[in-house]
Design a binder for this molecule. Structure first.
Ligand SMILES: [Zn+2]
Length: 393
């Protein structure tokens, strides 16, 4: 009986660990609050200095799962493709929003492949994306882009940017995904309640030596059922993510705590084909949408000085693509009845000593001029006269 109690404590600790989701540096996270109205809550916000974090979901409600969202990591123009970060897995802490990584012109692209989360160009690793589904899609999409004329590529890229920022499409995907997660979550809840409530009662009442064959059979049957339902849901939501599917399946089938929280593996990449702002517009609160719109507008509008002597074609490609994204974000913001200028305006002064502010992170400074080191050297702007009032803090 004591051994069974110890085993239960270990399973409980592993289960609580399964409720945590690792959020890579630069990524955001939403909590899927309710499967009925598939509403979202922003739980990991963008930060001027990118760093990884942990997000936790409610251990008593398995369908309240966490979605990880990734802002674009690759910029492309009719000329070529640029990885938006020198190394996605270890991003610079001072990226200023315009780090120019690898650049490959379309005329030099011979092979485009994906393996796991990685995108390979001409056999060499070009970038690491947020998910296997995204890497697979990008390899195919860029192949199609390469086969077009340069002028046609620009129109196709802007069309794709608008597609990633479409809230109506995001709402449809979210609604469909939430149903799958809710259905899987019910099975997860049955296994969780059985493990932590029903099984201890049965063992206490009739003893472990008499009941263990029934308990093991029940556990295997339930874990198998969850594995089958997960496989079916994952295949529907991410047909191209074969490697991720089998890795998650192995975790679920070999670890009952992972099976109790199988919704985590299904929900994580729901937003792989969307810009985070589209998800916030589709199902987030007004406050979350405004926060993200403000951040992405500032990040796309203000950037650090471009590297002197860098690859001019790379800089032009990244700048062109960032501007298309900015225009698409402004379009979405206006459709929601908001003013883009008001969204990026500085906050009320925190003290009478404030003279300037960083237009990207909105940090306030007491010097008249200088640069924001957190944002990679963005030039400070004078704090406007009209906001000379002090913050009430
Ligand atoms: Zn800054």
């Amino acid at each position: 009986m004591i051994e069974f109690g110890l085993l239960l404590v270990v399973v409980l600790a592993l289960y609580l660990m399964e409720c945590a989701v690792w959020i890579p540096a630069g990524s955001l996270a939403f909590l899927l609050c309710s499967p009925l109205d598939h509403s979202l809550k922003l739980i990991v916000r963008p930060r001027p200095i990118e760093r990884p974090s942990l997000a936790f979901s409610n251990p008593f409600v398995p369908w309240r799962a966490i979605m990880v969202c990734n802002p674009p990591r690759i910029w492309c123009s009719g000329d070529g493709i640029v990885s938006g970060c020198a190394d996605f897995e270890q991003p610079s802490t001072k990226n200023g929003g315009n780090v120019i990584g690898n650049f490959v012109p379309f005329e030099e692209i011979r092979r485009l492949e994906s393996e796991g989360k990685n995108l390979y160009v001409n056999g060499a690793k070009f970038a690491s994306l947020g998910s296997e589904a995204e890497a697979t899609f990008l390899a195919k999409w860029l192949q199609g882009l390469k086969s077009r004329a340069k002028q046609e590529r620009a129109a196709e890229i802007y069309k794709e940017i608008k597609r990633k920022l479409a809230p109506e499409r995001a709402a449809q995907v979210l609604s469909y995904s939430a149903q799958k997660i809710y259905s899987l979550g019910l099975d997860c809840l049955i296994l969780t309640v059985a493990t932590f409530l029903a099984m201890p009662f049965v063992v206490w009442r009739w003893g472990l030596s008499l009941t263990w064959p029934f308990l093991i059979s029940f556990m295997i049957f339930n874990v198998g059922l969850i594995g089958w339902e997960f496989h079916s849901g994952q295949h529907d939501l991410y047909p191209q993510a074969k490697e991720a599917r089998w890795m998650s399946m192995a975790m679920i089938l070999l670890s009952p705590p992972a099976a109790m929280r199988a919704t985590r593996y299904l929900a994580k990449d729901i937003a792989w084909d969307f810009h985070p702002l589209a998800m916030a517009a589709a199902a987030g609160s007004k406050g979350d949408f405004e926060l993200l719109a403000s951040w992405f507008l500032r990040d796309l509008t203000f950037s650090a000085e471009l590297p002197v002597g860098g690859n001019l074609r790379a800089i032009e490609s990244a700048t062109w693509c960032r501007e298309r994204f900015r225009l698409a974000v402004i379009d979405l913001v206006r459709k929601r009845g908001l003013d883009e200028t008001a969204l990026i305006s500085p906050r009320i002064r925190e003290s009478g000593l404030v003279q300037s502010y960083c237009p990207r992170c909105l940090c306030q400074y007491t010097v008249i001029s200088g640069v924001c080191e957190d944002c990679g050297g963005i030039s400070l702007l004078p704090h406007p006269m009209k906001n000379r009032g002090l913050a009430n803090c």
